[in-house]
Design a protein around this ligand. Structure first.
Ligand SMILES: [Zn+2]
Length: 485
């Protein structure tokens, strides 16, 4: 029996405890064995290999230890190694903590738009505090790297990480919409902001700054279109998933076939993709203050959409609830403010594709109270079923629009759900762009006009993102990089 077991052990290549004192070997975590004297490890757990190592390298020195002395010698070397290893592990963990802290501080700096050189100042402040309050830890604080070059590099890495996260989410978008605006910064570079708002099949909404395109040459509609196309490629977003485009600003954006909107329209037509909504944002300050806008056509459909929302308390409440649900910066129809009639005119003027927009909004808002004849044919059957369902009608009355659509059973209402997901992706305004331009102005203040385009982009991505950079992922990638180099 015994000999048989030995044989099995040998074949299974299991470390035999006897080899410890006998050959000064120890079993390692990865189920190999290493020599406690010289740390060399053997790849195959065979007594022959282990014995040969001991006999050729250490026998002459260690043969003099025998009996109790020998086992004591073995234990003491082993303990020494463990202490060393623990020390190493602790040191490694400490280094990682210090690096993680450095990333966290750089993240805060970028989030607030602080100059890279502020890292030195922050470090100096920390050292004052550490030296006074916990001098025993001053060394650790001293290792937190906040030199200008470290801050620059980490800002880049954090920005990249945010981009990766958005890309990851974009893979699951059913639909997405764009909000775009362009503005000239302090160094006379034209900066185009591209925000994406995507909805996945669970009606989870992701709204993020996707790109800051720095345009040094001309900024025609075509130029802007090329930048948009690059951004979509970067995030692997397809044209046939595009549900809405909300723009603002000058004629290179919205006017004519040559403007950005015209360019996107042509692109969609070429690809035979129907149905994206184009919205010209109404909140632009210049538009609000602008005089004598040429209102050549009275845009009745929007009037009726507005009347629809305003004319009935439930509709109005639902619209407000919808705005709240999508985290809109408005809690009600935005134009219904102090200036009324003129602004209203401008508002109407600034919608395009009005018939579509109107009927889509009405259908999305209140699928129980819309005229079936106005609804796209492919949705009609599902709508008939929906309108006959009292339970769902009750759910709709609760007022959370996105929540209502999320709850619709997939097998019965696949097309309606897909339609609603598309509508939920549309940007109501370009307010996100306005906000980001304010931030950009601060970041690129007169002291920092030499900030590179890439760094500006990284800072804005970090500062505007709803996602937090995943620092553990960055550290992991760093570890792997060091391992392979
Ligand atoms: Zn050895």
């Amino acid at each position: 029996m015994v000999s048989k077991k030995r044989k099995v052990d040998a074949e299974c290549r299991v470390f035999n405890e006897e080899w410890g004192v006998k050959y000064f070997f120890v079993e390692t975590k990865d189920q190999k064995a290493s020599c406690v004297i010289c740390s060399k490890s053997v790849a195959v757990l065979k007594e022959y290999n282990i014995r040969r190592h001991y006999e050729t390298k250490h026998l002459s020195t260690y043969s003099k230890f025998s009996g109790k002395l020998r086992s004591e010698k073995y234990e003491s070397i082993k303990r020494g190694l463990e202490t060393q290893r623990n020390l190493f592990t602790r040191k490694f963990a400490e280094n990682e903590s210090v690096t993680r802290t450095s990333y966290k501080i750089v993240h805060k700096m970028a989030d607030r738009g602080k100059p890279f050189t502020d890292g030195n100042f922050i470090k100096a402040c920390m050292m004052e505090a550490a030296n006074d309050l916990c001098p025993e830890k001053a060394d650790l604080f001293g290792n937190i790297s906040l030199s200008t070059s470290s801050v620059v590099r980490r800002t880049e890495e954090l920005g990249e990480n945010i981009g990766l996260q958005i890309r990851e989410k974009a893979r699951n978008f059913l639909w997405y919409s764009l909000a775009l605006d362009e503005s000239t910064d302090l160094s006379s570079t034209s900066q185009l902001l591209v925000f994406i708002r995507g909805v996945n099949s669970d009606f989870q909404i992701t709204e993020e700054l996707a790109s800051v395109c720095s345009m040094h040459g001309t900024t025609t509609g075509k130029d802007i279109f090329m930048e948009v196309q690059k951004t979509l490629q970067d995030y692997n977003l397809q044209w046939n998933q595009l549900r809405g485009v909300t723009v603002d600003g000058g004629k290179n954006m919205a006017r004519g076939r040559k403007g950005l909107v015209g360019q996107i329209r042509t692109q969609l037509e070429d690809l035979q993709i129907p149905g994206a909504l184009f919205i010209h944002c109404i909140i632009h300050k210049q538009a609000l203050c602008g005089k004598d806008l040429d209102i050549s056509c009275v845009l009745k459909p929007v009037v009726s959409a507005v009347n629809f929302i305003r004319g009935n308390a439930l509709n109005h409440r639902q619209f407000q609830a919808f705005l709240e649900e999508i985290d809109s910066d408005f809690c009600d129809l935005p134009y219904y403010t102090a200036i009324i009639r003129d602004l209203k005119k401008h508002f109407f003027e600034r919608f395009s594709d009005l018939d579509r927009t109107e009927s889509d909004i009405i259908l999305f808002q209140n699928p129980f109270d819309c005229n079936l004849d106005d609804v796209p044919v492919e949705l009609q059957l599902e709508l008939i079923d929906l309108q006959a369902n009292d339970l769902l009608k009750e759910k709709h009355r609760e007022g959370k629009l996105v929540e209502f659509y999320r709850c619709l059973p997939d097998p019965e209402f696949p097309k309606l759900k897909k339609f609603a997901a598309g509508m939920a992706s549309v940007f109501g305004t370009t307010y996100v762009c306005e906000q980001t331009f304010s931030k950009m102005k601060y970041v690129k203040s007169t002291h920092r006009t030499r900030l590179t385009d890439d760094h500006l982009k990284a800072i804005l991505l970090i500062g505007c993102s709803n996602s937090k950079p995943n620092i553990d992922d960055i550290l992991k990638a760093k570890r792997q990089f060091h391992k392979s180099h």
